[in-house]
Design a protein around this ligand. Structure first.
Ligand code: PMV
Length: 329
């Protein structure tokens, strides 16, 4: 075998963002919009990348130069994933199996949505290379190498998106993969509104960390309150008590707003959803932009979607609980 295609799902944070970076749990669900990566082994010792959706075409460099020089943003995760995977192989395996590597990525969703395209492509690259080189990585090994790659680039992050890409479903998760527990629930009737604004996760995480330095007790208390909300929501989801889940989503939103990561646009869309009859609505992910999510009774779903659109949002139709990383035929 000298080529393979692997796909992984995008994700949406349900509750617990930001606090999860500081050791509290979160709830994340995998969505049925997937990133797919095809890898071909080639004869020349060259790394090639085609990732048109992030404006990378005909990108080439010597395998020995991976990870060096000025790497365009759209190429960083794939290039570092290849580099970290090759470094993880012992010398003999590396020489016998590999010469050049050509990677092509294709996404069913825009990298602007905040669905975790970088983490999903990192996971796909490492899963694909391990198959092509006959190394059977466990999901935990795949997680550790993918998470290391994300941290090499971003410096900070809980890895919740990496876990969603690998394991799929809905997960109860603690930073670094300390807890990766499936939450056994059917697909959620989640309404997703995209703000049209790209959030910069690293900037927002740093902003919250600055706030925590200035008001440590207050921010730690907020994280602890978020932890309690996550635990209530987990039980609520398992019992299908969506009204209660909606209520704790609203409280979580208030706390995220207190952390300074909400925005006018997010608030407008969130209030529009609530006023149209949603049980609850909140931002999803780092904040600042990307998406908001809402839960509503079946009779109100259509009104909530319309209200979000009227508030300037774009409705994204996705199913939650999607399957994790897989090899495509
Ligand atoms: O911006 P996103 O969708 O990748 O979500 C970031 C969520 C944070 O909790 C703020 C950061 C993290 O790595 O968990």
């Amino acid at each position: 075998m000298n080529n393979i295609t692997v796909s992984a799902p995008g994700k949406l944070m349900l509750l617990g963002e930001h606090a999860v970076v500081y050791g509290r749990p979160c709830l994340v669900t995998a969505v049925d919009q997937r990133m797919s990566v095809t890898i071909e082994l080639t004869d020349q010792p060259i790394f090639e990348l085609e990732a048109p959706e992030v404006q990378i075409t005909n990108y080439k460099k010597q395998i020995t130069n991976l990870g060096t020089g000025n790497i365009p943003k759209g190429a960083q995760f794939v290039e570092l994933a290849v580099k970290n995977y090759l470094t993880s192989l012992r010398g003999a395996e590396r020489r016998s199996n590999l010469s050049g590597i050509k990677v092509s990525t294709k996404s069913e969703f825009s990298s602007q949505f905040g669905f975790g395209s970088s983490s999903a492509s990192t996971v796909c690259v490492i899963a694909a290379l391990s198959k092509l080189t006959n190394q059977s990585l466990s999901n935990k090994e795949l997680f550790d190498l993918s998470y290391k790659t994300v941290l090499d680039i971003q410096g900070k992050g809980s890895g919740f998106d990496v876990a969603a890409a690998i394991f799929g479903g809905t997960l109860h998760y603690i930073t670094g993969g300390k807890l990766i527990e499936p939450v056994n629930i059917p697909s959620l009737p989640l309404i997703i509104g995209y703000t049209g604004v790209k959030a910069d996760t690293v900037t927002l995480v740093n902003q919250v960390s600055d706030l925590a330095q200035k008001y440590p007790e207050i921010v730690e208390d907020i994280y602890d309150q978020i932890l309690l909300l996550v635990e209530i929501a987990k039980v609520g989801l398992e019992k299908n008590h969506l009204e209660e889940v909606g209520q704790v989503m609203n409280i979580n939103q208030g706390l995220l707003s207190a952390l300074g990561v909400s925005s006018d646009k997010l608030e407008t869309m969130i209030y529009a959803a609530r006023n149209a009859g949603a049980y609850g609505a909140k931002l999803s992910g780092a904040g600042g932009g990307d998406c908001m999510i809402a839960l509503a009774p079946p009779s109100k779903i259509s009104a909530v979607k319309k209200a979000i659109e009227k508030a300037g949002g774009q409705i994204l139709e996705v199913e939650t609980n999607a399957e994790g990383v897989r090899i495509e035929p």
